[in-house]
Design a protein around this ligand. Sequence first.
Ligand SMILES: [Mn+2]
Length: 383
Amino acid sequence: MKLLAVSDLHLGRRQHEFDLIEDQKHILKGILDICIEKKPDVLLIAGDVYDSALPPRDAVSLLDDFLFELARLPLKVLMISGNHDSRERLNYGGRLFEGSGIHIASEAEFPVKTVTLNDAHGPVRFTLLPYLRPADIRRFSEGDETVPETLTKVLDSVGEFTGRQVILSHQFWLPLSGDIVRCDSETPTVGGLDGLPVSLLDRYCYAALGHIHTPQSVGRSGVRYSGSILKYSASEVHSEKSLPLVSIGADGLEDIELIPLKPLHQVRRIRGPLDELCAAAEKEGISNDYIYAVVTDPIPDPNARRRLLFYYPNLMEMKIELPDYERTEFSGETLTRKKTISEWFDEFYMMQNGISLEEGFGDPGADVINKAVESAGGEEALL
Ligand SMILES: [Mn+2]
């Protein structure tokens, strides 16, 4: 049996004011093409299908189209909710979809939902564990059970099974030793469950995990975060996205092939003095890549953003990195208090316009600020 695993689609996500729906549409089309070419028997979708509990209508239509196209292929779709999904909304139509081979588990139920599929070697049972919040764990726990004990009970709730087993999960699983690679686009698990010991998943020949956005295995190759479908933060610039195509044989896991996902836009980080960045861009020509820029000039050009936008219309983010001494000057409260309000204003005006207040307005310009300060009760009252 062949399984293709995907997670963290985050449909409807906006990033730095960019609507990523076209990027997501492109990736989902790519996933459909992979399904047609590689012919998996099952597509596993391990949570964070939507980016928010109230997804925008484009995102809902996109998932609807995706599921419709999948239902036309000779494969089953198993899907669970993640921490970003609304359980009820993701579950919409779920009972009807089962007739089309699409199985959704988004409510925290006891016992957990399972789907059993057969291949030439017999049955494979899939446990669809939706994202569980601490409140769900408390609801399922008795006495002074630890979280891993309660979780074991939840996993046991589906009953004994001697055949091959697979699980979909969107919890924060951690290896017994070492750590995993994290990035900025995952919601920090504040108030969530702490890292769960991956040894609880020993019974499964494959665990299709969601939640962590960098593709990686946890402890052993058969326990794997598929990773998000797009680079959802600057920290993922070098994290190439892929989908694991998993072969399950008579005795369990046989092989994992990582199929790269080809994004509509590349994501790049550029860093350096503005003139150098612009000179490099001039040579390269206008680029539609998503750019995270770090400008390192000691005195930032107030037009830096505009200049970069000329070459990079998809400038996601521009940061100004001041040399260390500049940073201390700006961050020390005692130092900042030494400046008068008109000096602050002058500096701000300079940063915005590239000329001093005097150059901009002549002497009366500074006077206006001084008069305004006076009428507000003077420097002492304002600082
Ligand atoms: Mn996620």
